[in-house]
Design a protein around this ligand. Structure first.
Ligand code: ASP
Length: 338
């Protein structure tokens, strides 16, 4: 039987209340969750690791670096697959950070819950069992980090939390799920390969700003990015990658100092490269040194740039590693063969 480690970080899946009147908070351990789901015993030899017990908004990049080290260590000790349980609020960022940081091809699967264990129709245990099935599946090897939720398998690089309360909140707008779970069977219909590597993380993860362009924006915040101490920025522009003409000078000045990535506030599709020629168009901005996020949304582009900037502070090097990872997003993995 495959050895599966369940690493718990808190979140709604682990949240219960003390007296029924003051709201739920993360209280349950990974062991509590595993004990409540006897179906796990037929899937693998389950071990649990208590890593954090927090709302996922309190997780940090340092937590992710420590989590990646923990996961690599578990794989070195012979674990065949890892399930990470955490809050859903930041799962689209944390799962992508682990996708970038963990190089071992064995499955890492994130899951959580939208309905806490005290509510009717709580979804945590069924998500946990689904995640364990995927973590034990040979088909999940070499496809990067996954998010399993609501019986669907999503690639961390594509997935977004799209709804405040629906149990179907996790969606991959560009391509849909990579597969699904039906009864005890895991089905993949698409396989992406592991992301291109970044350099070794060497210390603190520098802060990268994320700014969304809005109607009539005068880019006043853009000119404050350096003074506020940010090491880079992600600009969430309009549509295919556009900003108001009057924002261009500030963005070009910033891009001459630190890496500035251009993403789209539509949060789906891929950035244009060569269609529009107006001031503030994608062609204009890319020619002034902004770097395309490709099909990464701004949240994921910020995670990637932050991690890269911890491995190098040479701007050209950071930009070329960023581009290599963006280019690897869509590479397809070979079939495992059966
Ligand atoms: N606030 C929770 C968290 O992200 C929400 C959840 O788990 O769904 O920790």
């Amino acid at each position: 039987m495959t050895r599966i480690a369940v690493i718990s970080l808190g979140g709604t899946i682990a949240s219960t209340g003390e007296d029924g009147s003051s709201g739920v908070t993360p209280r349950l351990s990974g062991e509590d969750l595993v004990q409540a789901a006897p179906q796990l015993r037929a899937i693998g030899d389950i071990e649990t690791v208590e890593f954090r017990k927090v709302p996922s908004g309190d997780l940090t990049f340092s937590d992710m670096v420590a989590l990646a080290q923990l996961i690599e260590g578990l794989f070195e000790r012979g674990v065949g697959g890892v399930v990470v349980t955490q809050g859903t609020d930041t799962m689209e960022e944390t799962s992508f950070a682990i996708d970038v940081l963990v190089r071992d091809p064995r499955p890492v699967v994130f899951t959580g819950a939208m309905r806490n264990p005290t509510t009717l129709g709580a979804d945590g245990l069924s998500n946990l069992v689904g995640a364990a099935r995927v973590a034990a599946s040979r088909d999940a090897i070499g496809v990067g980090t996954l998010v399993v939720f609501n019986d669907e398998i999503h690639a961390a690089r594509f997935v977004r939390k799209s709804h405040t309360s629906s149990t179907a909140t996790f969606q991959s707008p560009n391509c849909g799920p990579l597969g699904w779970i039906i009864e005890d069977r895991v089905r993949f219909v698409a396989r992406v390969s592991q992301l291109a590597p970044i350099g070794e993380i060497t210390g603190e993860i520098p802060e990268v700003a994320l700014l969304t362009m809005t109607l009539g924006d005068d880019a006043r915040l853009v000119s404050q990015v350096r003074d506020a101490g940010y090491a880079g920025a992600v600009i969430e522009g309009f549509g295919g990658g556009h900003v108001p003409a009057r924002a261009v000078a500030a963005l070009a000045a910033l891009a001459s100092q630190v890496p500035v990535v251009l993403a789209s506030r539509t949060k789906s599709g891929e950035l244009l490269k060569g269609t529009y020629g107006f001031a503030g168009s994608e062609r204009d901005l890319l020619s002034r040194g902004l770097v395309s996020a490709g099909s990464l949304d701004a949240l994921k582009a910020r995670v990637l740039l932050s991690l890269i900037l911890s491995s190098t502070n040479v701007v050209d090097e950071a930009v070329s590693v960023f581009r290599a990872v963006v280019d690897s997003i869509w590479s397809l993995a070979p079939d495992v063969g059966r």
